[in-house]
Design a protein around this ligand. Sequence first.
Ligand code: NDP
Ligand code: 2IT
Length: 451
Amino acid sequence: MAVTDHVDFATFMEGLKKRNEGQPEFVQAVQEVAQDVFEFIADKEAYHTAQILRRIAEPDRVVSFRVCWEDDNHNIRVQRGWRVQNNNAIGPYKGGLRFHPSVTESVLKFLAFEQTFKNSLTGLPMGGGKGGSNFNPKGKSDSEVMRFCQSFMTELYRHVGPDTDVPAGDIGVGGREIGYMFGQYKRITNRWEGVLTGKGKEFGGSDLRPEATGYGAVYFLQNMLKHSGEDVEGKTAVISGSGNVATHAAEKILQLGGKVLTLSDSGGFIHDPDGLSQEKIDWVKEHKTLRRGRIKDYTKEFPTATFHEGKRPWSVAADLALPCATQNELDADDAKTLVANGVRAVSEGANMPTTLEGVHVFHEANLLYGPGKAANAGGVAVSGLEMSQNAGRISWDNERLEVLLTDIMGQIHNQCVEYGENSGKVVNYVKGANIAGFKKVADAMLSYGVV
Ligand code: NDP
Ligand code: 2IT
């Protein structure tokens, strides 16, 4: 019988780069996972023979389509839309939709790849997918956003469904956009079903879904700190972003007795040395979502704060750091600054916010570092619970969902500890998340044979 070749990590990455030229974000995300997975499978022949990692790193399919819409001045506008269905070994494809001018196929492929491992870690039956468009919602009227969302769903509806692929929100896609897209899906198919999560509470949305990602990232942080005999109480935190994830992370830090010093958007960051109160957080939520305003206006409302144009908040000294904006927003220099200022723990609300070099700095400094695929899984976990509620035609109360979310975040932490043990050093949460996330998907794929 022929012996299958064992491709090594370097050869694997060389091939991946060649096949995905011009897709740096995707290559980065795969590299981070592959280095740990190669170590794990070194003595596990079955995974090599079945080419499992090679298959997970090739999306099942990438659908790309044109989205035309008419703006308020009757100009016809043309955008690109995508849905990347990465892997459905353990459940229907599941993952958000992002509307932002920086969206490319590479960005969505990296997000769908990450989502596959993240969803596996939640313990719920969800595969990995992601989609979106280079549409820029900034400065658009409600009617323009509605027309865009309807046009986007007019193409997307044929690729999704409650047992096929269930999208949700991400950057630029919140309750308003989900409502417009759900309305259009229902109109086209004449079916009311759980095809999207993050819906309004009146039409099948789950309680706690809006809060779940930010709260979950803080629960993960709390688990890491507790495992090292510490707590959130009395600690200061720097947070980037001022959207859904950042504001809810800030709220939970505050509830647990911590002090949040910063928030940001693409224009810069605000530093409030007094810390953000619930009233201030509520103002930011309203300002960013209802008024679609800029974070710099915070200083007019709360004059003790300062605004730092074009800058990121990592230079502000704090015990905790939560990047909650976007990918690669924290590089090696930022990581060195945080370490020099004595940061104790980092929990990623955003997806892949730290560059590979930045991650290396955190690991060298032996601090608690929770990567996005583990730390921000609370959002998709409650999305999974929304799917269950929709399928059962029931709705659970907030109290029950809080118990489920805290339990899931605790389980994710336990899996990271199990697979990320790191002789004499703090747990390697990146390795733990990568291996635990990989194992379940890989074992399911082995059961299916070559499909
Ligand atoms: P929102 O659209 O609600 O907020 C995004 C925030 O990030 C805004 O403050 C935005 O600033 C800022 N931002 C976006 N792009 C950039 C950029 N290129 N440079 C600087 N700032 C930027 O999105 P979410 O809060 O939902 O998402 C934030 C992160 O969390 C993303 O990485 C997302 O993938 C991740 N995530 C989200 C989940 C969810 O449930 N929503 C679940 C898990 C992860 P501005 O207003 O100026 O654009
Ligand atoms: O990155 C993510 O996990 C999300 N944007 C949420 C996905 C979801 O399906 O709730």
